[in-house]
Design a binder for this molecule. Sequence first.
Ligand SMILES: NC(=O)c1ccc[n+]([C@@H]2O[C@H](COP(=O)([O-])OP(=O)(O)OC[C@H]3O[C@@H](n4cnc5c(N)ncnc54)[C@H](OP(=O)(O)O)[C@@H]3O)[C@@H](O)[C@H]2O)c1
Length: 259
Amino acid sequence: MNLGIAGRKAIVCASSRGLGKACAKALAQAGCEVVINGRDARQLQATAEEISGQTGARVIPVVADVATAEGQKALLSACPAPDILVNNNAGPPMRDFRALTRAQMIDGVIANMIAAIELIQQVIDPMVARRFGRIVNITSGSVKMPLAGLDLSSGARAGLTAFLAGVARSVAAANVTINNILPGAFDTDRLRGVLRRTAEQKGVSVEEAAKARIATIPAGRFGQPDEFGAACAFLCSAQAGYITGQNLLIDGGVFNGAF
Ligand SMILES: NC(=O)c1ccc[n+]([C@@H]2O[C@H](COP(=O)([O-])OP(=O)(O)OC[C@H]3O[C@@H](n4cnc5c(N)ncnc54)[C@H](OP(=O)(O)O)[C@@H]3O)[C@@H](O)[C@H]2O)c1
């Protein structure tokens, strides 16, 4: 399927590894010029070379912390007028909500809510003026199915979702869309870290921890990042202009509800 976005410019935040990388790769495959981002310069450079080698696309690496004003400035200097923005960042670590300090809560809200809104503030009016814009936020299945210990992550991401629900409607007539993708369990470094910690806590092997987690997923497996990237690229496609303000849960059937 031709997604109709060849030549479009995209910024994909937090994309040197994992789901962000998969989104960047899928957009590069669709012919976009892609700014990718991470804090580890060596990893980011390797990913830029990998994606450009696989797709032939122009891939611009920007080493930056997306949660900071300087980081956002660096991203927008590399791509001042993006047609596509994919918001992503690491999530706060698992922690009992009683143990969270005020500073940690504020940092979590900045990382998983405010940073995305700040970037959107900076790119949306030019998108409206050009009559094309696609914004996708990587949130989490925990927005629909909160998990004790990930309360800050669930809360900040739910805040982002609600905040943008009105914004999405306000720009829809200009062919600018804002959607969220909610990952379930995808096979990334982050998931492998979670499985390692679960294995330690339960005194089992990582393979056993993975098997137990997979047993809770109707699809019987973890999601592959490329499957996530393909969904993101579709939401960024020319054809997806009528899809806005939506939450696409990709979790192999874990959320047990008809709607
Ligand atoms: N994978 C899952 O199963 C799953 C499930 C639910 C929700 N999620 C959420 O989806 C998002 C992506 O997860 P993932 O599994 O792809 O994670 P991952 O494999 O750990 O990759 C995270 C990426 O983000 C970059 N990054 C982290 N902090 C950054 C910052 N402050 N500024 C710029 N780049 C940053 C990392 O590079 P550097 O470390 O070099 O900066 C890396 O490229 C996270 O918010 C996660 O909580 C994932």
